[in-house]
Design a protein around this ligand. Sequence first.
Ligand code: HSE
Length: 433
Amino acid sequence: MKNRLVNIGIIGLGTVGSGVARVLLEQGELLKARTTLTFRLKTISELDWIKERNLDLTGVICTSKVEDVLEDPEINIVVETIGGYEPAFSFISRALRNRKHVVTANKALIATRGKELFRIAQENGVDLMFEASVGGGIPIIKSLREGLIANRIESMFGILNGTCNYILTKMHQEGLEFAEALKGAQEKGFAEANPTLDISGGDTAHKLTILASLASNSLVPFDKIYVEGITAISRQDIDFAKSFGFTIKLLAIYRAVKGGLDLRVHPTLVSNSHLLSAVSNELNAIFVQGDFVGSTMFYGPGAGERPTASAIVGDIVDLSRDLMLQEGEKYCNRSISLVEHSDLVPIGEVANRFYLRFLTVDRPGVLSLISGVLAEHGISIASMVQLETQEKDSCIPIVLLTHEASEKAMADALEKIMRFDFVKDDHIRLRIF
Ligand code: HSE
């Protein structure tokens, strides 16, 4: 590598791409002092050059032709920050085939088409890095691959979507309604272009797929993960949970259990005595338990220009260190294992404590019939609340917290309970952590 110079090309100058450009332009001296390498932002390819970005790009080649990045033999590292499936997939694979390292924050692509991309990277002797795809600025991928490498990962519980966490926090702390809180997240720029991906749990599942693949040294199939989003959570559930000493969070769950891997994304009542309950607003956190290290927690900003750029440039520096080595002397293997994981525990076999809320007519025998069905399925009630009403035959919410029960038993019991004519459609079943 001549002059210890690393040439970088960026594809896409949106929020994240601009952040990467800013770090490379503003922190060049710092990076050089720490690495003895010169990082040169050589070329940016972008279709919209009208937009104001408050960046001084003097000396940088600004183009609308992606070939100027992908086909330039001088460029060593390509940063893909356009997001989405296509043309991101084509651009990344073309860069890898041209033997350029690639850095991306594209969690959807890594989670669903990672296998193809890592294979192309391996075939061409280059790396595809993706630290910014999970947890924004939190170096969780590097921690799993390096700092915690000596551990078998027993479990991980993650708050991985800033938009959902922001919505749930605003509902919990300020009593906002769901739609109002979502609007706030969109205005602040955390939400995906299509926020359905956030609130449906899909974005969290993409991120869990990536963490689970690293933690299990296998390729976890994204489409086999059980996913529930937060759209059914109402203010009253937040308030009931609060009264029982819980905060509702959208959790990504990884547990290495006897039958294989238990992987799930769903809203969860987290005890207020657990650190994760205090992770507020758009912040992310991952609670990781390893067999030697014990419990650790990684916490920080999970989205936004500067944190995401911080993670991407961390990857650029890592790759650049490899560029200084001779062929075949790579520091470590940075791909995800390409062997698919076959032992995902079906959701029905998982056991949890549950939170149940029913809306029922207030008349004699309602509670005993509901608790009778739960008992028939071996489900034991731990506590309950019924809101009082003065009006005869009016509807009231009943909330039950259960002891641990299997998902299958709960699904069967719920099906029976919902057949009672006094139980209205408006009900919810959440898990307790
Ligand atoms: N929409 C994502 C979030 C952005 O809200 O966390 C970061 O991946």
